[in-house]
Structures are given as C-alpha cells and as structure tokens.
Design a protein around this ligand. Structure first.
Ligand SMILES: Nc1ncnc2c1ncn2[C@@H]1O[C@H](COP(=O)(O)OP(=O)(O)OP(=O)(O)O)[C@@H](O)[C@H]1O
Length: 860
C-alpha cells in the first residue's frame, strides 16, 4: 500500500493544497511553521480521524469547515477517503465506487484494509525526534499494539471479571439465606394445613345446624302466611261492616231531618201564586215608563221651538233697524272702489319722490366732501418749469463729466509717456513739468467732482419735487372728473323731483276723497257684517215655528191622558216592587224544586236502610264463622322473626369462617409458590459456585502468567525474526539482535535488547554506534508492524534528524535509504536541506501571506 495523493482544504495553515507522493523516498521540506507537518496530520486525519489537538482546531482559522481527501494505492486498486470537519462528509471509495458513507463505516473499512490505527500510529508514523524512543517505550508500545492494556483492564482487581465474580458471591450468599427461609416457610405451610382441616370440620357442623333452623323457620313461615291470609279476609269483612253501620246511622239522621218537608212545600206554593200576580203587571209598568219618556221629550222639543221662534222675532226687528246703515255702506263702497287705483298711483309717486330726495341729499354730501386741490393749470405750469430746470442741470453735468473724462485720459497719457515730448502741450517733458501738470489736473478734477456732487444733490431734489407734482396733478384730475359727475347727477335728480311733486299735488284732492270713503267704510263695517248675518231671516220662518208649537202641544195632551190611565191600573206599584217580586219568585221556585227533590229522597233512604240492615246481618255472621285470632298471629310472627335472626347470625358466622378458610388457602398457595421458588434458588447455588470457579480460572489465565505470557512468547519470536530479517538488509556488522523480557510472562518489566556479533558475542544496545542504534530502532518499528500487519506499505518520519549531530544525521539517512528494501514508500518531513540528498521526490512547503503553499518536483 502506498500513499498516492492528499488534498487539504482549509486544513490547519493550508487553504487548498494537493500533494502527490511520486517517489519511493518523498521529502517534504520547508522552514519552521511552513505547514509541513500539517500534511502528515491530514494523512492521519483521513485514515483514523487522529488529530494533534481538538478536532475543531484543525479547521483553518477564519474558515467554517475543512476537508481532507486521501488517495492510497493498494495493488491495482485506488482507495479514496474523504473526511470533513464538522463531520458532514465521511466517505470511502474503491476505484471510484462508494463503499462506506459514514464515520463508522469508513473506520471499519480502513481497519479491514489492514490499517490498524494502534499499529500504524505507533510504528509506521514516527513523530518528531522519536526514532530511538522505542528502546525506552518498547514494552508500552507492545502492550498497546497487542491490546494487552485492555486485557489488564479486564482482569485488574476492579475490572469487569472481578465485579461479575462479586455479583456471583452476593447471589450465593443470598441463596444460603434462602435455605433458612425455606425451612420457616415449610413449617408455616404445615401449620396452615392443620388450620384448614379444623376450619372445614367446623363449617360442616355449622351448616347442619343452619339447615335444621331453616326447616323450622319455613314451617312457621307457612303458618304465619295462612294466618295472614285469614287476617286479610277478617279485616276486609270488618271494614265492610263498619262502612254499613256508618251509612245506616247517617241515613237515619237524614230521614229525621226531612220529616217536615210536605208542610213547607204547601207554604211556599201559596206565596208563589201571590208573587206571580204582581209579576204579571210588568208590561203596564213598561208602557207607563215609555209614555213618561215621550212626554219629557215633547216638552223639551216645545221649549226649543219656543226659544227659536222668539229669536227669529228679535232678528227680524234688528234687521229692519240695520237697513238704513246698509244703504249708506253700499254708497261709500262704490266711491271707494272707483278711487282705489288713484290712491295706489298717489302712494307709489310719493314713495319715488321721497327716494329721489334721499339720493339728491347723498350726492350733495359727497360733492361737499371732495378734497380741495390746486387748479390743474397751475400744477401743469410748475411741472413744465421744473422739467426745464432738470434739462439745464443735465446739460451742465454732461459738460463736467466730459471734462473729467478728458482730464483722466490726459493724466494716463502723462503717466505712461515714455518719450521726452509732453503729450499735452507737445513741449519737452521733464519731471517737474510732469508734476506741475499732474497737480493742475488733480486740483481741477477735485474741483469738478465737488461741483458735480452739488449739482447731483440739486438734481435729486428736483426729481423728488417732480414726482410729487405728478402725484398732485393726478389727484386733481381725478377729483375734477368726480365733481363733474356728481353735478350732472344733481341736476337730473332735481328735475325728476319737481315733476313728481307736480303729480302729487294733482292727485292730492282725489286722495282725500278716497280716505274719506275708506274711513266711512271702516266705521260701518260692524253694522254691515251684522246686517249680512241676518240676511236669511224672514216672516215665513216665523210662521213655520208657530205651526210646529201647536202640533207638539196637542201630542202632549194625548200622552198625559195615557199616563193617568196606566197609573190608576198599577195602583201605586213601582218597577222596584215588580223586580223584587221577580227575584223572590225565582228563589222560591228553586227552594220549592229542592223540597220536591228531597221529598223523593226520603223514599230512597227508606229503601236503602232496608238493604243495609240485611247486609249488616250477613257480615256479622261471616266474621263469626271465620273465627280469626289476632293474638295467635302475633305470637307466631314473633317466633318466626326470632328464628330468622338466629339463621342470619349463623350464616354470618359460617361466612366469616369460610373467608378465613379462603385466606388460609391463599396464604398456603403463596407459601407453596415461594417454597418452589426458593427450592429452585437453593438448587442454583451449585451452578453459581461452578460459574464463579470458572471465572476465577479465566481471570488467572488472562492475567499476567496466562494469555499475556502466551501472546508475548509467540509475538516475541516473530518480532525477533522480522527484526533480524530487516537488519540483514541494513548491511550491519552484527549477526543478530535478541530481545530479552525481564519478566518472561508479562510486559511489566524492562525489555533488554542485545546485539550478537559474528562470533556470538553479545553487546548491549548502549554500546552500539549511533547509526547502528537508529537502524535497530527503525528496524524494530518495521518488524513490529510487519509482525502484526503482515506486509508494510509506507513509513512516515517527521523531523527524524532533529537534535542529531552531523555524523548521526548521515548515518540516519543511509539507514532510511536501506529501509527501502523493507518498506516500499518512505515520507520524510524535514527542514534540513541535507535530507534532500536521499530524496527521489521533493515537496517544498512555504508560508506565503499566512497560507502554506507547495511546490513539487523530482529531486529539486
Ligand atoms: N487552525 C489553524 N489555522 C491556521 N494556521 C494554523 C492552525 N493551527 C496551526 N496553524 C499554524 O500552521 C503552521 C504550520 O504548522 P506545521 O506544524 O504544519 O508546520 P511545520 O512546517 O511542520 O513546522 P515545524 O518544522 O516547525 O514543525 C504553524 O505556523 C501553525 O501556527
């Protein structure tokens, strides 16, 4: 088996690195901290999930997850293992076929491929500077790879086997207690058997007593039943007799009460006849009442007619008095209607006249209120004058400005003059002349600016005055146009007012006539209304009333005669008298019918008394024949009840005894099952003792002198043979290496390593050269691996030369080279450039900007 390729993603200092191992001796070289060992860590992680610290610390800082992919060549097969942190991806492929897909499956498969983690990590992968440690740690390494450490754990005083033996001991002791308990239980069972026998006998005796009592009770119960039957008949007869006697005495009393009925009937019939005579006069009373009501109605009608006639009479008189006022009213009404439209015209004309006068007053007030202004001509004249002044001023200021302009230009020419000729006067130009000229210009310029300032102030005040005059002119023009407008309105209104006044004067006399008619109509209004209300009253109406009065008087006379006739027939009888007689008659007829009914009842009573007397005699005879004795019944009942109480007590007693018997039987069953169980337990003691003995024997065998010594003796020979085989390939001077276990049966003692020379002389390991020691150390590791795994695939050495002097380094390198004969692939991690001497394939690792980078190549 060879390591072919490993890929690291976010693993320790690597971002993404792929390393291939193309040579037989592959050297991973780089400075301290470059990321060399990280590549070996990746191989360990992929194979066994083995890490140098906590698993999460293997993820590159700042990254969330890491992935390692390892490819191994096994004959013609390519095994690929993928593992991630966190453990989401754990896969194993063989020739790209997915074989395992979980951590558990991958671990199992790796072991099946012959890669035992204990062996590989302690022999095939050698950590920094640890090559020779094997001489010190050989027994520990052997214990570990042979798993003897687990065996020790199993057999030590607090190990699993010992604890099972102790469990057995406890069970055996418990079984011994069981024997004692079994004896007690058997004794209790025998005593329970006796109790059961006694109780069963007692229950049988009590059952016999109970059945005798029950027989007696049943005989008594039959007698009581017969007597109770008789008692029922006796009480029935007695009740019947009582009822008959009670009815007889009641009927007798009733018959006595009804003895004077016939006399009473006669008295009432006499009174009935008298009352009927009175009641028969009821129609006369009704006729009389009707006649009296008619008379009252006639008198009322007569009174009303007389009142109406008198009113018509008075109205006719009033109508005649009002006739002359009506004629006058008619006359004024005609005038009033004729003058009404003149009056309306007068009123509207007067209202217009008053409105116009009001408007005239308002306009005259507005005209007076207009502000007093100067005359427009006057203002316009002043404006023209001011305008002329401003023009003159502008001309003056223009002249000054052009002079100032000229002075400026001359001064500039003078200042910038280069020639000797004066640009102003044309004469020669010297500094004095130039200065004099400039002074003149300056003073003239100052003077002109002063003047210009004065003129500017005047110009501003004139322009302000001009602005005000224009405003005044505008106001004056405005007022003038308003005043003209008002005056025109006043003249129009004055004309209209005089026309209206003239019309009012004309209508005035007719208006007075209208008012006179109107006043008169108001004065006559109430008499006219009264007259109109009496318009329908006339003489014919009066005559009609007189006729009606005469007819009613005649009807009154007739009704009065009828009333007199009926009163004498009734002879003073009133409606109340007849009502009372009717009521008395009704009551009397009811009482009479009751008496007649009772008269019939007397006959019925006599018949009933007869039949009851007969019944009473029969019942008395039946009772005598029955000959029932209540005392006898009571006595027998008492005897029967006493017997029942006795039976119940006995039954309860038997029940209790049976309950007790049941309890004892149950307890006996329980005892029986406990006894069976305990008997079984007691029997198990022998089995347990045998099992304990066997375990103790196993423990002895597994502990030091037993299995261990067997394993050691077997393995020792194999390791020695393999070691000497390997050593022969290393071309050493000595002939053989011998391992001696100080304690031949265990790995607890030291393991002595001796080398034998060609003559059979032995040398302890300490006496050998450095190279020889390294060779034996490496050979030992390879020999152990080969003994346990059969064949060797690869060996990894991490910094093997560290702490070695140059001679030892050279020796180590030649041993590594020679190891190739035993192990087909070697991977060496180093920072030592000297190691490159033996390298077939070089993997250079460097840290660039915090991440490890790899450059590979053949012997670089
Ligand atoms: N989780 C991590 N993320 C990033 N870098 C890490 C992580 N853990 C360790 N390192 C750094 O990775 C670097 C490489 O460590 P590694 O042991 O591979 O170096 P090396 O080349 O074998 O060095 P030496 O020769 O000193 O043993 C170190 O600088 C270490 O500090």
């Amino acid at each position: 088996m060879r390591v072919d390729k490993v890929k690291l993603i976010n693993f320790l200092s690597h971002d993404e690195t792929t390393v291939t191992f193309k040579g037989d001796i592959n050297v991973i070289i780089g400075h301290n901290g470059a990321g060399k060992s990280s590549i070996i860590d990746a191989i360990n992680f992929a194979l066994f999930k083995a890490t140098r610290g906590k698993i999460d610390d293997m993820v590159k800082r700042g990254k969330a997850s890491a992935l390692v992919e390892l490819e191994l060549k096994m004959g013609n097969s390519l095994v690929k293992i993928q593992r991630s942190i966190p453990s989401r991806k754990e896969l194993l492929f063989i020739n790209d076929k997915l074989i395992a897909r979980s951590a558990k499956e991958v671990n199992k498969k790796v072991e099946e491929l012959g890669l035992d983690s204990r062996v590989v990590l302690t022999t095939m992968i050698v950590r920094q500077g640890e090559i020779e440690n094997i001489f010190e740690n050989l027994s520990d390494i052997l214990k570990k790879v042979m798993m003897i450490d687990n065996l020790e754990k199993l057999t030590e005083s607090n190990g699993r086997i010992r604890s099972i033996i102790m469990e057995y001991d406890a069970k055996i002791k418990a079984s011994q207690d069981s024997e004692k308990r079994l004896k007690e239980l058997r004794e209790e069972r025998d005593s329970k058997d006796k109790e059961i026998l006694n109780l069963e006998q007692l229950i049988r005796k009590l059952d016999d007593e109970l059945s005798a009592l029950k027989q007696e009770e049943s005989r008594l119960a039959t007698e009581v039943n017969q007597l109770q039957e008789k008692a029922k008949i006796f009480h029935g007869l007695k009740t019947g007799l009582d009822r008959v006697e009670r009815e007889l005495s009641k009927l007798d009393q009733e018959r006595k009460d009804l003895a004077n009925i016939p006399q009473e009937i006669e008295r009432l019939e006499k009174r009935q006849r008298k009352l009927k005579e009175i009641v028969e006069k009821k129609p006369d009373i009704i006729d009389l009442e009707n006649a009296e009501k008619s008379l009252k109605d006639l008198n009322n009608r007569l009174k009303k007619l007389v009142q109406e006639r008198d009113k018509i009479h008075a109205d006719l008189k009033k109508k005649k008095e009002l006739e002359r006022f009506h004629i006058e009213y008619e006359k004024y009404k005609k005038n009033y209607d004729e003058l009404k439209h003149i009056h309306e015209d007068f009123i509207s004309t007067s209202r217009s006249l008053s409105d116009k006068r009001k408007s005239l007053n308002e306009i005259e007030t507005k005209l007076r209120a207009l502000p007093v202004t100067r005359k427009i001509d006057e203002i316009q004249k002043e404006i023209e004058e001011i305008s002329q002044k401003i023009n003159d001023l502008n001309t003056n200021m223009g002249a000054i400005n052009s002079e100032l302009d000229q002075i400026g230009k001359s001064m500039n020419a003078l200042i910038s003059a280069k020639e000797d000729k004066c640009p102003v006067c044309g004469g020669p130009l010297d500094e004095l002349h130039k200065k004099q000229l400039l002074e003149q210009y300056n003073s003239r310029e100052k003077e002109l600016k002063e003047r210009l300032k004065g003129l500017k102030e005047i110009q501003d005040s004139l322009q302000e005055r001009m602005r005000r005059l224009n405003l005044e002119l505008k106001n004056a023009q405005n007022n003038q146009s308003k005043a003209e407008n008002y005056k025109e309105q006043i003249s129009n209104l004055s004309r209209e007012i005089s026309e209206l006044q003239e019309k009012v004067n004309r209508l005035q006399s007719l208006e007075e006539k209208y008012r006179e008619a109107s006043d008169k109509l108001k004065e006559l209004d109430s008499s006219e209304r009264e007259y109109l209300s009496l318009l329908g009253v006339n003489e014919e109406e009066l005559d009609r009333r007189e006729e009606e009065i005469a007819t009613i008087n005649h009807e009154i006379e007739e009704v009065s005669a009828k009333i007199q006739q009926l009163s004498s027939r009734l002879g003073g009888l009133t409606r109340e008298d007849i009502g009372k007689a009717e009521k008395e008659l009704r009551d009397l007829e009811w009482a009479l019918s009751e008496l007649i009914r009772k008269k019939g009842r007397v006959e019925q009573i006599s018949e009933r008394i007869e039949s009851l007397l007969k019944q009473r005699d029969e019942l008395r005879k039946e009772i005598e024949d029955l000959s029932f004795d209540q005392l006898e019944l009571d006595r027998k009942r008492k005897d029967r009840d006493a017997l029942r109480v006795q039976i119940e007590t006995l039954q309860r007693d038997i029940g209790e005894k049976r309950g007790k018997l049941h309890e004892i039987i149950e307890r006996r069953k329980q005892l029986e099952s406990e006894i069976t169980e305990l008997t079984e337990k007691v029997k198990q003691v022998q089995d347990l003792s045998r099992a304990k003995e066997r375990l103790e024997k196993l423990r002895r065998i597994l502990s030091e002198g037993g299995l261990q010594s067997y394993l050691i003796s077997t393995l020792k020979g194999r390791i020695e043979n393999n070691l000497n085989d390997i050593m022969s390939m290393f071309n050493m001077s000595f002939a053989r290496v011998i391992l001696t276990f100080q304690e031949s049966r265990s790995l607890s003692g030291k393991i002595d390593i001796q080398a034998l020379d060609q003559n059979g002389q032995s040398l302890p390991i300490g006496m050998l050269s450095g190279g020889e020691k390294i060779a034996i150390a490496l050979g030992l590791r390879l020999a152990i691996a080969r003994s346990l795994m059969g064949s060797l695939g690869f060996m990894i050495l991490d910094e093997p030369t560290i702490h070695l002097d140059s001679q030892r380094r050279a020796e180590l390198l030649s041993v590594i080279q020679e190891s190739m004969r035993v192990v087909p692939q070697i991977i060496v991690v180093t920072h030592d450039e000297e190691v490159l001497r033996i390298a077939e394939y070089v993997i250079r690792v460097e840290k660039v900007g915090g991440k490890s980078e790899v450059i590979e190549g053949v012997n670089q």
